[in-house]
Design a protein around this ligand. Structure first.
Ligand code: G3P
Length: 220
């Protein structure tokens, strides 16, 4: 499964990239607003830090205006992916951009038929929002499973990008169901390599080693 980071913080992105396992970045208007920086300037920095796909969302809700914004965003770098809402206008814009060879990420996907139509319109990525469905008492993971089955039944090439990930168990379940990508907040990326038994086990190994009688010419 590919791993993207879901943030607009350049510090978090650089630190995650330094781990050597980061495949891409997703941003959204809420994440950029939190940073309080110039959107295009920050995207330029992110695209330099990470060579993989970097999703940048349009603000327009009407498809012609979405296309204008998308064209300006594609000027920033070759690895920009245009993020569009899963609406009828988003679908139209998706088709127009796909026809020009521009990659898209159809976001705010909450039901399998949205995922089916955006795949038909040539989306590069579809973003089902797991956590927000779970928040409503629905099963976000069931949506991943439904989309996986539909895409496999018909050979749709759109990649399933699991979004709105709230905890490490979401990631385990996504990987087991065959999501192609997961986009994850920095806090959860750090949790992925953490287990208390790893910490206590390592502490014990080092303590035992330190207590061992060593020959006088041994360095550690
Ligand atoms: O970037 C889209 C998505 O991951 C947002 O997650 O936590 O705001 O539902 P959340």
């Amino acid at each position: 499964m590919q791993l993207y980071i879901d943030t607009a913080s350049i510090d978090e992105i650089r630190e995650a990239a330094s781990m050597g396992v980061l495949d891409g970045v997703t941003t959204n208007p809420s994440l950029v607003a939190k940073e309080g920086v110039d959107f295009h300037e920050r995207l330029g920095e992110i695209c330099q830090a990470v060579p993989g796909p970097v999703s940048a969302e349009v603000i327009a809700t009407e498809h012609e205006a979405m296309l204008e914004e998308a064209m300006a965003l594609t000027e920033i770098a070759d690895n920009i992916v245009i993020k569009l809402p899963s609406t009828v206008d988003g679908l139209r814009a998706c088709r127009a951009l796909s026809d020009k060879g521009i990659r898209t990420n159809l976001t705010l996907c909450f039901q399998p038929l949205q995922a089916m139509l955006v795949a038909k319109a040539g989306a590069f990525l579809v973003s089902p929002f797991l956590g927000r469905l779970d928040d409503l008492g629905q099963d976000g993971m069931e949506l991943i499973q439904q989309i996986r089955t539909i895409y496999d039944n018909y050979g749709y090439e759109t990649k399933i990008l699991a979004a709105s990930i709230r905890h490490p168990l979401h990631l385990v379940q996504c990987a087991m169901l065959g999501a192609d990508v997961a986009t994850v907040p920095f806090k959860i990326i750090k949790q992925m390599m953490h287990h208390p038994l790893t910490d206590s086990g390592l502490e014990k190994f080092l303590a035992d080693w330190a207590a061992m009688k060593k020959p006088s010419n041994q360095l550690v």
